[in-house]
Design a protein around this ligand. Structure first.
Ligand code: GDG
Length: 447
């Protein structure tokens, strides 16, 4: 069998307290089950650009990493990736900024990745490139004479061309994707947006590009096992003990403005205003590990959330009850699954999300005999599959507040029915189906 080579901006070595992030979950599973090579940035900054690629091996997977310079990090990662592409691809155009030096940095790092990866490749390899950081990589690899099949998967949404057009280099982004043998998206809507962009850039004369929708899933049985085991652990028992019999609503999101946390906090405040009789009976636990904290937009959102929590708790809390427990801590994955199992309501309200694995994990973590209800944004990719959730528009504060009340009031039979339907959907398209589907499509693209 041919070797799998995954490439992503950042490498995650398997650790107990893995950093949060959906991409790592997916790539790690594909690599663990297939073996192979994972290439990317070490997460370290270094002034020495001549240091050799570092290679380590763990559990049958080889990890090859390089460092970046401070300037590369600022222009490529903070600049073009996370201040141009990230907001724009999430349709948050007011947060979009552009600087041509950032774009130069983006191209330079992609060239560097290609130059460092090419010597590590073997003739039978299949190369799988992940996410928006590395769109130009196939073109750079081809320029170095790499002929092996190369697939690309976008973990975030692909915007409609009328939004993508805000980016001065929009046409280059689309042209660069045509150098892949296969371009995969989370949903058919994203795939259609890309196809519309292709048609626009090439005016009816587009090159043939294979595309497909490959919605990422979770390892359902692993989450069920994690959640069950976690219930017997100290952190989960202590959390439940601290509820003093009150019912729990939980949110788990990387601290990112695309996750709609400010809007969610406002909606919860509205819920408390309108439902005085429920006030002391429930607690909202929001876990939001910090991410990209050195980017201004992220430190601003962090401040806004601290203020919102303070306002709501200041206004509604009592000597023996606080309505919001807001934590910026990072937990082991299993502990999170236990917290989710202990909750009666899960709330996932991104303003836009490629998929959203937290929504899927919440469903799998539930006790099927007495499952919690899920509130889910219609603007998350996951809403295409999880139609047993209470679907909300995250901007509609009244609608979200009503959904919170409805979710807590949902009768057992209805919760069971919705949960069973969603669990069946998760099993149909789990994490293994995701990577097998994508790798199968690469093989079909280049028999
Ligand atoms: C991107 C796309 C797409 C969260 N906190 C901790 C922790 N997590 C885990 C969750 C989940 C993962 O991180 C987050 O995945 P999401 O899918 O929810 O979101 P993104 O990080 O934005 O992921 C997204 C995904 O890629 C996959 O394609 O679904 O749309 O934006 O697994 O449980 N894990 C640990 N500690 C935490 O504190 N260990």
């Amino acid at each position: 069998m041919s070797r799998l080579v995954c490439v992503s901006n950042r490498i995650t070595l398997p650790r107990r307290t893995a950093a949060p992030g959906g991409l790592a979950v997916g790539v790690l599973a594909a690599m663990r089950d297939n073996g192979g090579l994972w290439f990317g940035w070490s997460g370290e900054l270094s002034a020495d650009t001549t240091a050799p690629t570092a290679i380590t091996e763990r559990d049958g997977v080889r990890y090859a990493t390089i460092d970046l310079t401070q300037m590369q990090y600022d222009r490529y990662y903070k600049g073009f990736c996370n201040t141009s592409l990230w907001p724009l691809f999430h349709y948050l155009s007011d947060r979009f900024r552009y600087d041509h030096e950032w774009h130069d940095g983006y191209l330079a790092v992609n060239r560097l990745f290609a130059a460092r990866l090419a010597p590590l490749l073997e003739p039978g390899d299949r190369i799988w490139v992940h996410d928006y950081h590395l769109i130009p990589l196939a073109r750079e690899l081809r320029a170095l004479g790499v002929t092996q099949p190369i697939g690309f998967f976008l973990h975030i949404p692909f915007p409609h061309i009328e939004v993508l057009r805000l980016l001065p280099v929009a046409a280059e982004i689309i042209r660069d994707l045509t150098h892949y043998d296969l371009v995969g998206f989370q949903t058919e809507a994203d795939e259609r947006s890309f196809r519309a962009g292709l048609a626009r850039v090439y005016a009816g004369d587009a090159p043939r590009v294979r595309t497909g929708a490959f919605p990422i899933g979770i390892d359902v049985d692993a989450v069920i096992a994690e959640a069950g085991a976690a219930m017997r652990t100290d952190p989960v028992k202590r959390m439940i003990g601290g509820l003093l019999g009150r019912r729990l609503m939980i949110g788990v999101d990387r601290l990112d403005y695309s996750k709609g946390l400010v809007e969610r906090f406002s909606a919860y405040q509205r819920f408390l205003e309108r439902n005085a009789e429920l006030r002391r009976k429930l607690i909202y636990l929001q876990i939001a590990p910090l991410s990209r904290d050195d980017i201004q937009a992220y430190s601003q959102i962090r401040q806004a959330l601290e203020q919102a929590t303070g306002r709501t708790n200041g206004r509604f809390a009592d000597t023996d009850w606080t309505p919001i427990r807001y934590l910026n801590k990072n937990f082991p994955h299993g502990t999170l699954m236990g917290f989710m199992r202990a909750a009666q309501v899960g709330i996932v309200t991104p303003l836009r999300d490629g998929m959203n694995l937290v929504a899927k994990e919440f469903v799998a973590a539930q006790d099927p005999a007495d499952p919690g209800a899920l509130i889910l944004s219609s603007l998350a990719g996951a809403a295409h599959e999880l139609d047993g959730a209470v679907i909300v528009n995250p901007y509609d504060l009244r609608g979200v507040a009503q959904a919170v009340a409805a979710a807590f009031a949902m009768p057992l039979a209805e919760r069971q029915q919705r949960h069973a339907a969603m669990l069946a959907a998760l099993r149909r398209r789990d994490l293994h189906a995701w990577y097998r589907g994508f790798l199968g499509a690469i093989d079909a693209a280049r028999p």
